[in-house]
Ligand binder design. Structure first.
Ligand SMILES: CC(C)(COP(=O)(O)OP(=O)(O)OC[C@H]1O[C@@H](n2cnc3c(N)ncnc32)[C@H](O)[C@@H]1OP(=O)(O)O)[C@@H](O)C(=O)NCCC(=O)NCCS
Length: 169
């Protein structure tokens, strides 16, 4: 088991956290086969996120001196969402993501959160399994959408069946 330390975000972590955000965006580009996701400089989305949630709700995972992962909590009263969880590609499958989620759950408990959610994109099957294993087993909202842009053959894959209805994703 890798020796991982989780601590609150510090301003000196900015560059590394931007890189982790960009890695997460790349993963989404890959699974949707869409290089436009996240815009020209996806790492800068981290800055917007930091402004929104505040640095006291962002935590990083360190292995030795290296920051290898990132998570945060978006709080709204007694509800909160864990978003994102990202672990650097070379350190995945070592339990670091689960350590980050456990930490975020513990912080949510301290804040008195009653309902804690995660909202991975439907195509992210790996994240779905990961969060399921972390204990997220109650289905909350269901978000359905209709694509109104130009039709692109093969854009959606046939996906799960829910309440007897077949869905694309
Ligand atoms: C999803 C993500 C955060 C998971 O992080 P991770 O550090 O690889 O997760 P863990 O190592 O804790 O768990 C992943 C798997 O490794 C296994 N694992 C856990 N500890 C392990 C260890 N010590 N050695 C080997 N494997 C281990 C777990 O069983 C798990 O397997 P399973 O999900 O197939 O059952 C990571 O893949 C990632 O950053 N993805 C891109 C960003 C993203 O999609 N984030 C989620 C939406 S915000």
């Amino acid at each position: 088991m890798v020796d991982v330390a989780i601590r609150q975000y510090e301003p000196a972590d900015l560059g590394r956290c931007r890189s982790l955000w960009a890695e997460m965006t790349q993963y989404h580009r890959d699974i949707y086969d869409d290089p436009s996701i996240g815009g020209d400089d996806p790492g800068l989305e981290f800055d917007k996120h930091l402004d929104k949630v505040g640095r006291q709700r962002v935590w990083v995972a360190k292995v030795g001196a290296e920051i290898v992962g990132l998570t945060s909590l978006i709080q709204d009263g007694q509800e909160a969402e864990i978003e994102p969880v990202v672990v650097s590609f070379g350190h995945r499958g070592e339990g670091i993501g689960q350590s980050l989620v456990k930490h975020a759950i513990a912080e949510a408990r301290k804040l008195g959160i009653l309902c804690l959610s995660v909202k991975p994109v439907a195509r992210n099957e790996e994240a779905f399994s990961f969060f399921y294993e972390a204990g997220f087993k109650t289905l909350g909202h269901i978000q359905l959408f209709m694509w109104l842009g130009p039709p692109m053959p093969g854009q959606w894959k046939p996906g799960p069946v829910l309440f007897g209805k077949s869905l694309d994703y």
